[in-house]
Write a protein that binds this ligand. Structure first.
Ligand SMILES: CC1=C(CCC(=O)O)c2cc3nc(cc4[nH]c(cc5[nH]c(cc1n2)c(C)c5CCC(=O)O)c(CCC(=O)O)c4C)C(CCC(=O)O)=C3C
Length: 511
């Protein structure tokens, strides 16, 4: 142990103060406390606030999310972090009155059939009644039970899997906007194994997704899946601020100076240069987008940097706007609307933000969040902000009958914001982790590797802290799995996605 003699506190740098970096910091603080060891932590954040791509903004009486507006509760990371910070009683569910969603069909918002689960229906009645598909399209979906199992075990795209098992119509009219929306991605390129391995396993284990879902149904409520998502009364910033406060109680933040350089010292220590100052650490957690980590690692290990740079990203933008309800023809009786690519519109989705979470708009007003860009419409983002707003207001008018001038209208851009788990992603992540494993005291966190949502970002931070700790301290929480404050979180299986475990987790949540 050349670089961490027991007589000095562990010196750890965390680069990036989004969800993953803050989680890494909190986990590191807990590990040091459990071990009774001194810790000297510095969190470097190039911006002047924590949160990364996530921020809640107050605009007059409106409470508006600029990025992610909620997190999912069927993965443990988010809820466990709230419990760790004493925020579990502050969690709010989506408004049960507005959990239905819509899919655009011939220019009209059409309800998603009740019980439809991302790629397949779990309830036949509502599915058969839905005008989203033709009779032929519906028959083809139900014929899924007799589509032979694929024997080739190579990686398949989400589009190929869904087209093969359920037909083109269901793919284009329902699945593409629902699943594509999660990644603002191109499903012809995204890997099923890297995004939704459970569906691949359903085919392998039951021969049919519909049969597998039928077996599973008892464990899952078949209502609108929006019930899975939670936030806090102050928005996502309430959680981020609690995380920041927890770290700031004992450790140091460096805001506003981007880390420019990372170097490995001769004794294996890490030298971090930010704002013309160089600091020395025993361990470094890079909680950045993959391309950001690649830039810092280029001089340390060019092969690793190459793998990181190969992780693709899509860019998107969200136009945030506030309207008088009286100016909107559509009742907005749901949480949001997604738009199939085949509808040829200029927007991807609209979230009825103040319906999804009540109390965020003044009486008689509504917040809309309109998504643009993504892998399929990246050209849309070349336009300047005023042009984007114009496009959005035209589309909102045509699709939802939104008239008049909005109370506010703002653009939040996310260039290279969402990683794309394309075919080959898992193998790439394995190579990245193998390489990182060889670099003592270095770990990577963020949404680029195992999952794009907030719970996975949090989990990635916990795991990164544990790797760094194990490297420098020579011991760690052992085989208990990652945990925040005594709530054991099962570390996700390296490969695949255990169906029983996930179902159990969602069934066990009482929110
Ligand atoms: C930006 C966005 C919209 C646009 C509008 C808006 O913001 O409203 C949207 C719409 C929708 N999303 C929907 C459903 C789901 N979205 C999921 C997961 C996720 N969505 C995400 C993003 C979005 N989603 C993200 C970043 C995740 C990953 C979370 C994580 O992994 O941390 C999952 C869980 C997947 C799993 O099982 O892993 C489900 C079931 C439904 C249908 C609801 C119904 O049934 O009526 C609709 C209209």
């Amino acid at each position: 142990m050349p670089s961490s003699p027991a007589d000095h506190p562990f010196r750890v740098a965390i680069v990036g103060a989004g969800f993953s970096g803050l989680s890494a910091a909190i986990r590191m603080i807990d590990l040091a406390a459990e071990a009774g060891r001194g810790l000297n932590l510095q969190v470097f954040e190039g911006f002047t606030a924590v949160g990364g791509l996530v921020a809640t903004q107050r605009l007059g009486e409106y409470l508006v999310e600029r990025g992610a507006d909620s997190f999912i509760t069927n993965k443990p990371g988010g809820v466990a972090m709230c419990r760790r910070l004493g925020l579990q009683d502050r969690l709010v569910s989506t408004d049960p009155r507005f959990r239905q969603s819509f899919i655009l069909r011939h220019g009209r918002p059409t309800p998603t059939p009740a019980g439809f689960q991302l790629i397949a229906p779990t309830r036949i009645g509502p599915f058969l009644k839905s005008p989203l598909l033709s009779w032929r399209g519906k028959k083809r979906v139900l014929a899924e039970t007799s589509i032979p199992q694929r024997m080739d075990d190579g990686e398949e795209s989400v589009a190929s899997f869904v087209r093969r098992r359920f037909g083109d119509e269901s793919f284009e009219r329902i699945v593409q906007p629902l699943v594509g929306g999660i990644y603002t991605g191109d499903l012809e390129r995204l890997s099923l194994r890297a995004t939704f391995p459970r569906f691949e396993q359903m085919e392998q284990q039951c021969g049919s997704v519909l049969k597998a879902l039928r077996r599973q149904r008892t464990a899952d409520t078949s209502g609108a899946r929006y019930g899975l998502f939670v936030s806090l009364p102050g928005g996502m910033t309430e959680l981020l601020e609690a995380m920041r406060g927890e770290v700031a109680r004992s450790q140091k933040f460096v805001f506003g100076d981007r880390v420019e350089r990372l170097r490995r010292g001769e004794a294996g220590q890490w030298e971090v240069t930010a704002g013309r100052q160089t600091h020395v650490f025993d361990a470094v957690v890079l909680a950045l987008p993959a391309h950001g980590s690649a830039k810092l690692l280029d001089a340390v290990d060019a092969t690793l940097a190459g793998h990181l740079n190969a992780i693709e990203y899509s860019s998107s933008a969200i136009v945030l706007s506030g309207h008088r309800l009286a100016d909107v023809r559509h009742p907005l009786d749901g949480a949001g609307l997604v738009i199939p690519h085949v509808e040829q519109r200029r927007i991807l989705a609209v979230s009825f933000a103040s319906r999804k979470f009540s109390g965020r708009a003044p009486e008689g007003r509504v917040i809309l969040r309109t998504f643009l860009g993504g892998a399929l419409q990246s050209d849309a983002l070349a336009a300047d902000d005023d042009a984007l707003k114009r496009v959005v207001l035209e589309e909102l008018r045509s699709i939802l009958g939104v008239e008049g001038r909005p109370d506010f209208c703002e653009v939040a851009r996310y260039p290279s914001g969402i990683p794309q788990f394309v075919i080959g992603h898992r193998a790439r992540v394995e190579r990245i982790e193998a390489k990182t494993g060889e670099l003592r005291g270095l770990s990577l966190a963020g949404n680029a590797y195992h999952g794009v949502g907030i719970p996975d970002a949090i989990q990635s931070g916990l795991s990164a802290a544990e790797k760094a700790w194990a490297d420098v301290a020579g011991r760690v929480a052992g085989d208990r799995g990652s945990s925040v404050g005594g709530d054991t979180i099962a570390t996700p299986p390296a490969r695949g996605d255990d169906l029983a475990e996930r179902t159990q987790q969602s069934a066990g949540l009482t929110l």
